[in-house]
Design a protein around this ligand. Structure first.
Ligand code: NAP
Length: 548
């Protein structure tokens, strides 16, 4: 297996443990893994990447469901580490489709000659720190083994599919799919009775397209979600030329917003505005579309009254679009807006006016079982030819727990995090030396534009590894005190927001038995980056260095 492809730049510091096969193993070849490989390789490290899929792309390799596209504007959902790359690539639409994002990542892999260090179709099953040798011992699903001084988990936040264990699925006579593991082959629903379970971002994108194709679509909804029009459109030449010219400035502006996106957050709190001003702000953001509803008032995610104003505006919009008042009421969420991820849609609510679409409320009558001919809920049988599970992910911790990760003394990560994830900066874990997580739990990650968040982590990790190697004490580990202090800050900030109030994947509420904790850092991207930079500037404060 895994032959290291380069021996490190002449004169570069040698890797820590003489017997380590490579300097670094990176798990995953999505946005995070690709850039991590590029960065570490540029430092002269011998790197091996393992990727479960047969190609690059991560999330964008697996999510091939109808309508899959990104909710962040394509021109900013892209790398900025190479200006040449961002100047040469041409996005065609405001919100890129999954195939276009995948083409982009394939282009990146080729442009930077990344594939030669990636083992595709290979799942990492174990990663254990060897105390004596001071290196990570990696095992893959083909039984092969490799040792590495550093181990970087570029496993994504939303890559461990959550498919609830519904009784009877194995006896279902029709075809079933999960949005997060969609087949590569064309799937046709023409002439079929189709059921979609779930009404999150994935379902909200897929439902209008499935409804247009299927004979009948039944949507099984547990909680309604807020969705805002995407207002997707092609990007014309003049618009694109202007973006290319000001890319640097737009990126800089984005880095100063809490979400790392270049739309502005309203500097005013709801109560500082008149009713007319609030209505105008809401309507403007609704008309422009996209996720900017998150910034409608500066306090929309921390103040229940401000949030109610935004929530009732969206509920009015739902009533205006859905003809049947009972269906409109069912589609109207009762929770705060934004404490579950706001969705973007194209014609979602209008789809429920179609004669071939039925909405079934399963909030009080959970799915009892999948039958050979469909699904039973609330004592009623629904006949289905195909079922689409749009049931989401075991977010943030799930991708890490699907690997048997063991730190010092064989301590399992899963047991260490039995009460919820604990990290230092969402990047490192006490007791797990030389292990890094890109956009790990307690980093801003999913509450920001993921690509800049990934780039910031990759660059920080690269700097940290360079520092450790440069000191001649290449083993670097977060201290317990630093982790405690970061976690206290993380929890204090989260406690001041509305996030804990919702049953969302942000808090692990979608997975049975998962401890309830706000997982992403809610203090905003600029504050977080400032903290990470200060830690680095202070000689990686909160970390201890050792020879092995
Ligand atoms: P999700 O938001 O977690 O939605 C899953 C849906 O399945 C929810 O409606 C959930 O109901 C339902 N569900 C889960 N378990 C169920 C069960 N046992 N019985 C019945 N219903 C069940 O997952 P997702 O839609 O895949 O999206 C996850 C995240 O991925 C998004 O929030 C977003 O961050 C990202 N994403 C982004 C894009 C994009 O950029 N365009 C697209 C797709 C996804 P409850 O709400 O009651 O839990």
């Amino acid at each position: 297996m895994a032959t290291p492809s380069s021996q490190g730049a002449p004169g570069s510091p040698r890797h820590a443990a003489a017997e380590a096969d490579v300097d670094a193993v990176v798990v995953g070849a999505g946005f995070a893994g690709l850039y991590m490989l590029h960065r570490l390789r540029a430092m002269g490290l011998r790197v091996r990447v393992f990727e479960k899929g047969d190609g690059v792309g991560g999330t964008w390799y697996w999510n091939r469901y109808p309508g899959a596209r990104c909710d962040t504007d394509s021109v900013e959902y892209s790398y900025q580490f190479s200006d040449a790359l961002q100047q040469e690539w041409r996005w065609t639409e405001r919100f890129a489709t999954q195939p276009e994002i995948l083409r982009y990542l394939e282009h990146v892999a080729d442009r930077f000659d990344l594939r030669r260090d990636i083992a595709f179709g290979t799942t990492v099953t174990e990663a254990a720190f060897d105390d004596a040798a001071g290196c990570w011992r990696i095992v893959t699903d083909d039984g092969a083994r490799l040792s590495a001084t550093y181990c970087v988990m570029a496993t994504g936040c939303l890559s461990a599919v959550n498919r609830p264990a519904f009784d009877g699925l194995d006896r279902f006579a029709g075809a079933w799919y999960h949005t997060g593991a969609w087949p590569h082959e064309e799937v046709s629903f023409a002439g079929q009775h189709v059921g979609v379970v779930g009404t999150g971002s994935s379902a909200i994108q897929a439902i209008p397209l499935i409804a247009a194709e299927a004979r009948h679509l039944t949507v099984f909804q547990r909680q309604a979600n807020y969705t805002v029009p995407a207002r997707n459109a092609p990007l014309d030449e003049a618009e694109y030329a202007a973006i290319r010219e000001s890319y640097g400035e737009l990126r800089r502006q984005a880095s100063e917003t809490p979400t790392g996106c270049w739309w502005a957050v309203n500097p005013a709190a709801a109560e500082e505005m008149s009713a007319e001003e609030r209505e105008r702000e809401l309507e403007d953001r609704w008309q422009v579309g996209g996720l900017r509803m998150y910034g409608v008032f500066k306090d929309v995610l921390v103040n229940g009254e401000a949030n109610d104003i935004a929530a009732s505006f969206i509920r009015d919009k739902i009533r205006a679009q859905v003809r049947d008042p009972e269906v409109a009421a069912l589609l109207s969420p009762r929770s705060y807006v934004g404490c579950k991820r706001i969705c973007l849609d194209t014609d979602y609510y209008a789809t429920f006016n179609r004669p071939n679409v039925t909405l079934v409320d399963i909030s009080e009558a959970p799915i009892e079982e999948i039958t050979p001919t469909g699904l039973r809920s609330g004592g009623r049988d629904y006949a289905l030819d195909a079922i689409v599970f749009a049931t989401g992910y075991d977010a943030m911790t799930g991708p890490l727990f699907r690997i048997d990760i063991r730190g010092r003394g064989g301590r399992p990560l899963q047991a260490t995090w039995a009460d919820g994830p604990r990290t230092y900066l969402g990047l490192a874990v006490e007791g797990f030396p030389n292990l890094f997580t890109i956009t790990g739990p307690t980093s801003p990650s999913v509450l920001t534009n993921m690509v800049p968040a990934i780039e910031q982590h990759v660059e920080w990790i690269a700097g940290c590894i360079a520092h450790a190697r440069g000191t001649g004490r290449p083993c670097i580990e977060a201290s317990r005190a630093a982790e405690d202090s970061w976690m206290a800050h993380h929890e204090e900030v989260a406690g001041g927001t509305l996030f804990p109030s919702c049953n969302s994947w942000y808090v692990g509420a979608n997975v049975d038995g998962k401890p309830r904790r706000v997982m992403p850092y809610t203090g905003g991207f600029p504050d977080y980056v400032e903290t990470c930079d200060a830690v680095a500037a202070n000689g990686y404060e909160g970390f201890t260095l050792s020879a092995a």
